[in-house]
Design a protein around this ligand. Structure first.
Ligand code: CMC
Length: 389
């Protein structure tokens, strides 16, 4: 129509109203349901924050206990899912394995014909929260050629996940409280970020009345890319490349500034934040704490700090208001915890799941929702007659 405006990347176009997350990118503010992210990180835990995002307010103690209990009772995967995982190549990227696994969930668990049936939505929410970490750990175990473990429902959400990843059948596994606390904090920091690419994908797919599993697996695929969640993996590759080159950090920054093909400062810049990403501040604190507590010395952390220092004082980055984002320091922590690089974005996906679910549900509860269907400006050939041969 005559009213269509062209907005590459949806820089100026709001596609929805939302009451879940507030961001002021100029001031570096992030709030979940009104609560500042700093206070969430300090006081909450992963499941409590998930409840807050999904149901709109903090749970009572009994609501939280019940939520936790229901999730623990749904951690087991159908045994046929094992064969499904077995059939995938062991070299597969864990993000592809995870997205495929979530897609497969709707072949096992989509009981109702109406994907918006409230009971179906509720049980699908619980199943996703319970099973995503188990599938993520399977993806990890598969990639390193180890046997899958069964979940241990006596453990908390995060501890169960750690045991599934790092335990083995030969010896008892002891949870390291430093790792457990830090992972819980990192997952909380990832829980929602309003209309980012993966959440918008979940909403767009969900707007067709596709089920929650199908929508979330699409979100996982959207998160995979290095400009989005895949940035945490890309940061570590970049730091490793700088270290291996032996040419120093300045040389790399020069290549970024010269806009060499494919060379960016990964973990820097953000569509919304034109100031320090408040999550990056919190992650940076964790990086120092975790490495110190684990007694890990990692030159990559030094390289990251040097990069940050140079970039924050350089006109190229200052003029463009490029600051570290959430992905800049997470990889160094995940590495110290023992996760392989290819698991980093999977950890982001587990963290982001409550946000995806909250947005899917908010969209379906909003009577104003319509199928997502962007306009285009046609720039192709005018009408022409097919040649007679
Ligand atoms: N390194 C070097 N230059 C950059 C970077 C970067 N990381 N980010 C943006 N720029 C430059 C860009 O080249 C452009 O310069 P110019 O005006 O001369 O053409 C200017 O800054 C504006 O950038 P843009 O590409 O228009 O910004 P955008 O809002 O479209 O992109 C972004 C946002 C996050 C995709 C981008 O900053 C980026 O590619 N960053 C690196 C990848 C990354 O860390 N992604 C994680 C984002 S946060 C968490 C998440 O979503 O997963």
């Amino acid at each position: 129509t005559g009213l269509t405006t062209l907005d590459y990347g949806f820089v100026n176009t709001a596609a929805t109203r939302s009451a879940i997350t507030y961001i002021d990118g100029d001031a570096g503010i992030l709030r979940y349901r009104g609560y500042p992210i700093e206070q969430i990180a300090q006081n909450s835990n992963f499941l409590e924050t998930a409840w807050l995002l999904i149901y709109g307010d903090l749970p009572s103690a009994s609501e939280l206990a019940n939520f936790d209990d229901r999730i623990r009772h749904h951690t087991l995967l159908h045994e046929d899912m094992r064969r499904f995982f077995d059939s995938l190549p062991h070299k597969a990227h864990p993000m592809s394995v995870l997205a495929s696994g979530v897609s497969a969930l709707s072949t096992f668990y989509q009981d109702s014909l109406d994907p918006r049936d409230p009971e179906q939505v509720e049980i699908s929410t619980i199943r996703l929260l319970a099973k995503l970490p188990v599938m993520a750990a399977y993806a990890h175990k598969k990639s390193v050629g180890q046997a899958f473990l069964y979940p241990d429902n006596s453990l908390s959400f995060v501890d169960n996940f750690l045991k599934l990843n790092f335990g083995n059948m030969a010896e008892p596994y002891e949870i390291n409280p430093v790792v457990s606390k830090a992972l819980e904090r990192l997952l909380m920091l990832h829980e929602d970020h309003e209309q980012n690419a993966s959440t918008s994908t979940v909403r767009l797919v969900g707007s067709t009345e596709a089920n929650l599993f199908a929508s979330v697996s699409s979100g996982i695929n959207a998160l995979f890319g290095p400009l989005h969640g895949g940035a945490n993996e890309a940061v570590l590759s970049m730091l490793g490349e700088i270290q291996a080159s032996g040419q120093g950090v300045e040389k790399y920054v020069e290549r970024v500034k010269n806009k060499e093909q494919g060379v960016k400062l990964m973990g820097f810049g953000h569509r919304v934040y034109k100031n320090y990403d408040p999550r990056a501040t919190l992650v940076k604190e964790s990086a120092h704490e975790v490495l110190a507590a684990l007694g890990v010395q990692d030159d990559l952390l030094d390289i990251a700090q040097e990069l940050e220092h140079i970039a924050l004082n350089d006109d190229y980055f200052k003029e463009r208001r490029l600051y570290p984002n959430v992905d800049f320091y997470t990889g160094v922590i995940y590495k110290a915890m023992g996760f392989p690089t290819r698991m980093f974005t999977v950890l982001f996906a587990i963290g982001r799941l409550p946000g995806w679910v909250a947005h899917w549900r908010e969209m379906n509860e909003d009577p104003a929702t319509k199928i997502g269907r962007p306009q285009q400006l046609y720039v192709g050939s005018p009408a022409r007659d097919y040649p007679r041969r």
